[in-house]
Write a protein that binds this ligand. Structure first.
Ligand code: MOS
Length: 694
């Protein structure tokens, strides 16, 4: 039975749940317009070079093949900021897997066969795909939004050198891939000078804008629909080449064209979490009080576009210390362009910082929860701004209580069950509370129903459900009376589902529109509403951090218990528990689901997930879910997610912070710290696989 309640925070069930489990929900590749053709891309087979010739004769001779597109015959597109979208525009090959041609055919099978028959010749150039912290081309990128570049506070290096206690360690996180369940797909159709695209995207507003720019069309002549999205985790946060390719193919052939990227090609064309080499130096007093924190991050970017894995950003937020330096360096390589993956920056960065904090705790023989409490701070270290709310200490204490931390014997190897050593670990988490400008509309109808319209995206989070709760709350009506339309660029413009900011951004606009509508309705109380209803719109500004006198972040604490088999080296996570302080939680059911989903992803980051760059070929070796190991059900123990409700007036009208990413942030560190407690082995490179444990 549908559990619904008006209250913000109530555990309402997902509105689209029945559609999803019965198969009625349609995803981008499940739309098949009449006359639909199918496309299959051709990836470059060299890591760097230039195309010298394309022979499409064998492909074109195959039955069912309609066309072969490449830079030789594809329409020229208007250049965009995101150069990863400039597909089939020139002969350059910036990395292996870059798309160099596209075959369009009557059937999927013919397109695939055609793609295999296209012959591409290249001039091959030497390539470099190996990330090293001492790479000669490393540079400090410009800090455009406070999360990148280098920040210096006091005399970080001098204070570290003279500190009574020092930790100096290098941590490594490998390349990681998002691998959503639904691969990137688009179905595009041109009709009457208009373009309609079904796209698997976290943000259709931007997809429309970018397509309008590329094809030099007014935005009004483009509709991008992302009604249901089978996961994204960041890799669908920006428009991707598939949507450009499908749109080009539909334009050239005059047919609707469907393109679903083969999973084995995703690794090269939809982004990855850049590998990082992170040196962390902690200088402290003998009581554990931090004096200096230095976090230096080296990550890779491509030759196509600069992307910075901002892994030191969270260090600017976490612990008080009079001196600090956080430095990002990027190395341009002949690799695919990295991009966002759940908690980009924070997840790998807090793995390093929270591992280093554990090393300091061990070194000083201070309880690791206590060490974190001692370094809690009322002001954001880097900006000196007060936090709008910060309940890290409460998360640590409550987590310790729920986890039974006081029963922990701090000695390593103190708990054994046969060959299995058992240990526990803790780590903190943080993630910024962001919100972007959004629009929304709300209407009231004579039958007592209401409709809310906003181009929000549901990437599995339950956006429809929580927005109905926000609307019902603002209107003061039962939630069942509110319809929510999302997932189309024909709806009021809204930002992407990303940066843990979707609900804050869309909800703000929905709340505002509904508040205005409620006021209008109360002014005309007693009057019969017209059949077309009465409406109100909102256009909210979101939060601009530079203008706020507060630092706004969510905080959390992760606790992990692991069992380590000292015969096989296998690490099993037995318990995971997180406590979060993320403002008001707007739907207890879907929020819990996001927390435990992110903790599961952190478990994968800790134990199994890794992509390997093959230096000889410039290729990621793991290109399917058989080789890229995400946790299976049997790998995942009972996970507990709890939260401390915060009353923070400096956020948005709902008082919420984001919840989509913080669950992954400290999980890998907590697991690594538990492994150290269990075995005495300190690993500084993920994942914690048996070969490294033994
Ligand atoms: Mo998320 S990596 O902000 O989509």
């Amino acid at each position: 039975m549908q559990h619904t309640s008006n209250a913000l925070g109530a555990p309402n069930e997902r509105r689209e749940g029945p559609d999803k489990v019965t198969g009625a929900a349609r995803y981008a590749a499940e739309h098949t317009p009449a006359g639909c053709a199918y496309a299959w891309p051709v990836p470059a087979t060299v890591a760097r070079g230039e195309i010298t010739a394309i022979d499409d004769s064998a492909a074109l001779a195959l039955p069912g093949v309609i066309d072969v597109l490449s830079h030789l015959n594809a329409p020229r597109l208007v250049e965009q900021d995101d150069a990863t979208l400039a597909v089939l525009q020139d002969a350059r090959v910036p990395h292996r897997g870059w798309y160099v041609a596209l075959v369009v055919a009557e059937t999927l099978e013919a397109a695939r066969e055609g793609a295999a028959a296209v012959r591409v010749d290249y001039v091959v150039e030497p390539h470099d795909v190996t990330l090293r912290a001492d790479h000669a081309d490393a540079y400090v990128p410009e800090d455009t939004d406070g999360t990148s570049g280098e920040h210096v506070r006091g005399d970080a290096d001098g204070a570290f050198d003279s500190a009574p206690v020092r930790v100096d360690a290098v941590y490594r996180v490998p390349p990681l891939h998002n691998h959503p369940m639904e691969p990137h797909a688009a179905t595009a159709r041109w009709h009457d000078g208009r373009l309609t695209v079904y796209d698997s995207s976290q943000g259709a507003t931007t997809v429309r804008e970018v397509l309008a720019g590329m094809f030099a069309l007014p935005k009004e002549r483009i509709t991008v629909i992302s009604e249901h999205v089978g996961g994204g985790f960041g890799c669908k946060g920006t428009p991707r080449p598939h949507v450009v390719l499908a749109s080009i193919a539909a334009r050239v052939t005059g047919r609707p064209v469907k393109l679903s990227l083969p999973r084995r090609e995703l690794a090269a064309v939809v982004g990855h979490r850049s590998p990082t080499v992170q040196r962390v130096r902690l200088g402290a007093e003998k009581d554990g009080t931090l004096i200096s924190v230095i976090h230096e991050v080296t990550s890779q970017t491509s030759r196509v576009k600069e992307f910075v894995e901002t892994a030191a950003a969270a260090t600017r937020v976490m612990y008080g210390s009079p001196h600090g330096r956080t430095t990002h360096r990027v190395v341009p390589l002949d690799v695919p362009t990295p991009s966002w993956m759940r908690a980009p920056g924070e997840a790998p960065g807090m793995y390093a910082l929270e591992s280093a904090m554990d090393e300091l705790a061990v070194h000083l023989d201070i309880d690791p929860v206590e060490l974190r409490l001692r370094n809690d701070t009322a002001k954001e270290p880097d900006s000196s701004k007060p936090f709008s709310s910060r309940h890290l200490a409460e998360c640590l204490r409550e987590g310790a209580r729920l986890f039974g931390w006081s029963e922990r014997d701090p000695r390593t190897r103190s708990r054994a069950e046969g060959p299995v050593l058992v240990g526990s670990g803790v780590a903190s988490a943080t993630y910024p509370a962001l919100a972007s400008p959004s629009r929304a509309s709300a209407h009231a109808y004579p039958d007592g129903s209401y409709a809310v319209r906003v181009n929000a995206t549901d990437i599995g989070t339950g956006a429809r459900t929580v927005l109905a709760q926000v609307a019902a709350d603002a209107l003061g009506v039962p939630v069942e009376r509110v319809r929510v339309a999302i997932g189309s660029s024909d709806l009021p413009d809204a930002p992407l589902a990303g940066g843990s900011s979707g609900t804050a951004s869309w909800g703000w606009a929905v709340h505002e529109a509904c508040t205005r509508l409620a006021k209008r309705l109360s002014e005309q109380q007693g009057q019969q509403l017209p059949p077309e209803g009465v409406g109100a719109t909102a256009d909210t500004a979101g939060t601009a951090d530079a203008e706020s006198e507060y630092a706004r972040h969510a905080f959390g604490a992760h606790f992990a218990e692991v069992g380590v088999d000292m015969v096989t080296g296998e690490v099993r996570v037995r318990r995971l528990l997180g406590v979060y302080a993320a403002g008001h939680i707007l739907n207890a059911r879907t929020a819990r689901s996001q927390f435990i989903g992110a903790m599961t992803m952190g478990l994968g980051m800790a134990l199994t997930e890794s992509s390997t760059m093959d230096a000889a070929f410039g290729d990621f070796a793991e290109r399917d879910l058989a080789a890229y190991h995400v946790p299976a059900h049997a790998d995942v123990p009972a996970i507990e997610a709890h939260w401390i409700d915060e009353d923070d007036p400096h956020l948005n009208p709902m008082g919420s912070k984001g919840i989509g990413e913080i669950g992954i942030v400290g999980t890998a560190a907590a697991i690594g710290n538990a492994l150290r407690h269990a075995t005495g082995v300190r690993l500084r490179e993920l994942p914690l696989t048996p070969d490294r444990v033994l």
